[in-house]
Structures are given as structure tokens and as C-alpha cells.
Design a protein around this ligand. Structure first.
Ligand SMILES: *Cc1c(COP(=O)(O)O)cnc(C)c1O
Length: 380
């Protein structure tokens, strides 16, 4: 039995009948740019996330970029984030000429460590502290960063908060949904995210009408009216076609999230039954409701061999992320080295993502755990 890391065909089977007539109507209209489908999806997302406003954009990456532009990020500014995340988080900072200031993760949640965040800011020279602009907490794998203390620190130092909620739509922290706690919340609808389009897409949540209007201007090259540009933006539009697909899918999201959480609970049972606790670290929920975009285990010392063993047995697995961002060649100019962020480096060497998509079947999960058990029978 092969078990893919992700199989979207089964989700498509579920929505096909609802989707097809709407897609056909859109094709008949030939109206592909923004318009009613985008407006409707923005309203639905604002409601879903518990925020007053939402602006559809072209990708999760562009959601981060446009948010950083909206707060006025300039060359030389410092923007704090975690080095253990998808590249886009830090890439967006650097593309504006700002400097990613990395803070290591808290190992249980893989999200930025608030204690280390406070230390990092304390250790800055006063002149550097003045260049601090924002913090981008990443709600990695579907669990929120520890937003309570992060928000307090941000307030103390007058930093904007841009949540990277690309992997965490519907996740909750203290009863609040991901993307509703910062100044802006960034979402991605890349097909492998919990809410995925038929291509690229993203969205930014906003707290005020003026912030929303600013994002709407930046989304179309900074034009307040057509062909009159008050500032420099970009083409950050969400396609009407994607918005339509996402609207249809959003109605199923809570059901799919519940299925992901059931799958996580089943994995826990299966790992315990197989007596694998001493070999494999399982994800834990300490910062509220986890939505399991990924189910990431730790296999210290065995990760690479275990990955090979799983792949040889037809199990789809992946490593998110094998190289922490401070060690990426393109960030060599930041002058950081191996050993600077030990928890991120450890995670990069130990973690492995297992299949967790909603439609995954119990027998497939049993197969995954059986193959892991067979590895450890041979190697311990
Ligand atoms: C997917 C992802 C992004 C980027 O989203 P795209 O839509 O692929 O541009 C940013 N940050 C994180 C944490 C992500 O997982």
C-alpha cells in the first residue's frame, strides 16, 4: 500500500458538483480580474478569521511583502522572525532591503521563542533598536506562536506584528484565530495549504478600514485612482477564478480541519500502541488549537535513514525545512553561522512530516506507523 504525503483528488471529488457550475458561469462571464468573486471571498474570510477586513492577494509570499510595504518597511530596517520557516518569510523582508533579525524557536512548538525574543531586543545597541520595525511570528505547521508575550514585547517596543498564518488558517490562540492578533495576518492558498486554490493565491487580514484601503491600493501598483500613483505598489491581485474556488472550499474547511485533528489523534494512539515513544517525538499542542497543516515528528539521529526507509516503502514524507534560513547561502551577508540558532538547527536535522491530509484513511495511517516501527526494530 502506497501512502502519498498529500492527495488532493479526493477533496476535488467532494466539491466537484458544487464547483463546476460556478466555474462555468465565471468562464461564460470572462471577468477574471478581482470583481464580485474576490469581494465575496474577502468578506467570507474576514468573517472566518474574526477580523474586520481582508484583502485577497496573489500568494502568501505577496501577502507578506504587501504587509511589509504597508507598514512602510525601508532599507536598513530590522524585522524580527524565526530562522525555521519557509523561505518566503525572510525573503519578503530582504526583498525590501530590510534585515531579517532571527530569533531561535521554542523546540516544542517550532515557533519563535518569546524569552529569546526579549533577550535579542535587550542585547541590541540603542541605534539598532531604533531600526526595529516589526516582528513576523510564524504559526508553523498549523500551531500559533505564543502570541501573548510576543504581543506584549511588540507593544513595549512599538513594533508592528505581521502574522505569517500561511500554515494556520483556523488555528486558535486564547480563543482568537490565526491572523486576527497582529496588525496584519498573511495567508497562503498554495494547493498544499489547509485551504488550497487551483494555483497560487493569498490574503491579508487587516484591522482598520484605512489599512484595508492601503492594501487595496498597493495591490494595484499604488494607484488611488486609475493611472494616478500616490505610492509604489505592485500587481498583487487574487484571480477571480481562485477566489471562486476558495469560496466553495471554505465552506468545508472546518470539517477538513476536524478530520486533520482526528488523524493526529489517531497517529498518537498508533505510535503509543507500537511503543515508539522513546524513538519518535510527536507534535504537541501547547499554544491553543492546532490545525495540522503538517504532522511533524522528530527522529533524533535516525531522521535521514528513516526517511529513506519510508520512501522505499511507498510512504510520502518530506522535510520542512532541512536548512534553517540563517544558513542559506543567500543570507551569508548577514554573517551568521552554524551554532547561532541551535534549536532551529536541531529541528532541521530531526524533523519529518508524515501524511496528515483530511481524507487519509485509518489503514493508511496504520501502514505509516508499521513502516516506522519496522525501521526501529531493525535499527535499535
Ligand atoms: C506557504 C508559505 C508561505 C508562502 O506562501 P505562497 O503562497 O507559497 O507564496 C509563507 N510562509 C509560510 C510559513 C508558508 O508555509
Amino acid at each position: 500500500m502506497n501512502v502519498p504525503l498529500l492527495d488532493l483528488t479526493r477533496q476535488y471529488d467532494q466539491i466537484r458538483d458544487r464547483l463546476t457550475p460556478r466555474l462555468t458561469a465565471l468562464l461564460e462571464s470572462q471577468q477574471f480580474i478581482l470583481g464580485e468573486p474576490v469581494r465575496q471571498f474577502e468578506a467570507e474570510m474576514a468573517d472566518y478569521c474574526g477580523v474586520p477586513f481582508a484583502v485577497g492577494v496573489s500568494s502568501g509570499t505577496d501577502a507578506l511583502l504587501i504587509s511589509l510595504m504597508a507598514i512602510g518597511t525601508r532599507p536598513g530596517d530590522l524585522v524580527i522572525t524565526s530562522p525555521y520557516t519557509f523561505f518566503a518569510t525572510a525573503g519578503a523582508i530582504a526583498r525590501l532591503g530590510a534585515i531579517p533579525l532571527f530569533v531561535d524557536i521554542e523546540p516544542r512548538t517550532f515557533t519563535i521563542d518569546p524569552a529569546k525574543l526579549a533577550h535579542t531586543i535587550d542585547d541590541l545597541k540603542p541605534s539598532d533598536r531604533e531600526r526595529l520595525k516589526a516582528i513576523i511570528p510564524v504559526h508553523l505547521y498549523g500551531q500559533c506562536a505564543d502570541m501573548g508575550p510576543i504581543t506584549e514585547i511588540a507593544r513595549t517596543f512599538h513594533l508592528s506584528i505581521i502574522e505569517d498564518a500561511a500554515q494556520a488558517i483556523g488555528a486558535e490562540y486564547g480563543g482568537k484565530r490565526a491572523g486576527s492578533m497582529g496588525d496584519y495576518g498573511c495567508f497562503s492558498f498554495f494547493p498544499s495549504k489547509n485551504l488550497g486554490g487551483f494555483g497560487d493565491g493569498g490574503l491579508v487580514s487587516a484591522q482598520s478600514e484605512s489599512d484595508r484601503d492601503h492594501l487595496v491600493r498597493l495591490r494595484v501598483h499604488g494607484g488611488a485612482e486609475r493611472y494616478r500613483h500616490t505610492e509604489i505598489g505592485g500587481n498583487f491581485r487574487l484571480d477571480a477564478l481562485q477566489a471562486l474556488v476558495l469560496s466553495v472550499k471554505l465552506a468545508y474547511l472546518d470539517q477538513w480541519t476536524a478530520m486533520r485533528r482526528d488523524n493526529a489523534a489517531r497517529y498518537r494512539m498508533l505510535f503509543a500502541d507500537a511503543g515508539l515513544q522513546e524513538h519518535v517525538g510527536l507534535p504537541i499542542e501547547v499554544n491553543g488549537k492546532h490545525v495540522y497543516n503538517q504532522f511533524v515528528i522528530r527522529a533524533p539521529r535516525h531522521r535521514d535513514a528513516l526517511q529513506r526507509h519510508l520512501a522505499e516503502n511507498g510512504i510520502g514524507v518530506a522535510i520542512y525545512y532541512p536548512i534553517p534560513l540563517h544558513l542559506q547561502p543567500c543570507f551569508a551577508y548577514l554573517g551568521q553561522q552554524a551554532g547561532d540558532f541551535p534549536q532551529s538547527e536541531r529541528a532541521a536535522g530531526e524533523t519529518l512530516a508524515l501524511p496528515i491530509f483530511p481524507e487519509l484513511e485509518p489503514a493508511q495511517m496504520e501502514r505509516v506507523v508499521d513502516i516506522i516501527a519496522s525501521y526501529f526494530r531493525r535499527h535499535t
